[in-house]
Write a protein that binds this ligand. Structure first.
Ligand SMILES: Nc1ncnc2c1ncn2[C@@H]1O[C@H](COP(=O)(O)OP(=O)(O)OP(=O)(O)O)[C@@H](O)[C@H]1O
Ligand SMILES: [Mg+2]
Length: 227
């Protein structure tokens, strides 16, 4: 049976700009994320994708409406155990190697015993094994993004929120990378939400959420056979 991981209703988010005017980024957004969801979050630059992902991940609070995480445990336990977050901006710890970065959430969640081995194997699965001992400053932007995605997936969170994870990859590398991402969560209850400008990546999701003028529209992904 489908389990509900996140339920958001009437969510709004506005910010004050430099002149203390309010700017509405999200208004009256209703959305649910259930187990096994595969959602592409699309919309023009500045349409609020990052803002919505941060709210869904409990990193930011809506200014109106409600958000709950019924299937993901109490708020304090959302991250890193139950929600894996891949940030749009560089997020690897600069003093830690790629492998140590991937191990860290597992160590924080109390899985020290398997952290090192799991980190090595997931980096290998992503074709990043040779980068394991490198520091973030020695990685290209696209390599760092893939390491950040591996870090989010390693702990097998129930929900993965990824903010433009292929933004710095060429289209062939992006597709191969996504093969591995989808394989990793196939036949699990994990849900995946990907904010993306990459239509080829968006087409591999089952559901498409489009943000425009602060509103969220939901539809089946056009190229997905599941329709
Ligand atoms: N902390 C903040 N303070 C003020 N305005 C903000 C803040 N965070 C985001 N905004 C504004 O909210 C709007 C949406 O930003 P957001 O980063 O969510 O867009 P996005 O869809 O992720 O864009 P992109 O595709 O470029 O990543 C923008 O106009 C941005 O300036
Ligand atoms: Mg963004």
């Amino acid at each position: 049976m489908d389990e509900m991981f996140v339920a958001a209703s009437g969510v709004g988010r506005d910010f004050s700009d430099g002149n203390l005017d309010r700017v509405t980024v999200l208004s009256d957004v209703d959305c649910d994320i259930g187990s096994g969801a595969r959602i592409a979050l699309v919309g023009p630059s500045g349409s609020g994708k990052t803002t919505l992902l941060h709210i869904l991940g409990g990193l930011d609070k809506p200014t109106s409406g409600r958000i709950e995480w019924p299937g993901l445990g109490p708020f304090e336990e959302l991250r890193p155990r139950n929600i894996g977050f891949v940030f749009q901006s560089p997020s690897l710890f600069p003093a830690l190697t790629a492998a140590q970065n991937v191990s860290l959430p597992m160590i924080l969640a109390g899985a020290q015993d398997v952290a090192e081995r799991t980190a090595a194997s997931i980096l290998e699965a992503f074709g990043l094994g040779e980068l394991a001992d490198k520091l973030p400053e020695e990685l290209s932007g696209g390599q760092a993004q893939r390491v950040a995605m591996a870090r989010a997936l390693a702990i097998r969170p129930k929900l993965i929120l990824a903010d433009e994870p292929t933004g710095q990859l060429d289209s062939v590398t992006a597709q191969l990378f996504f093969d591995t991402v989808l394989e990793r969560i196939e036949n699990t209850e994990s849900a995946l939400v990907v904010a993306t400008h990459d239509e080829a990546v968006a087409a591999r999701m089952v559901t498409r959420w489009t943000l425009k003028h602060g509103r969220l529209k939901k539809a089946a992904a056009p190229s997905n056979e599941a329709g």
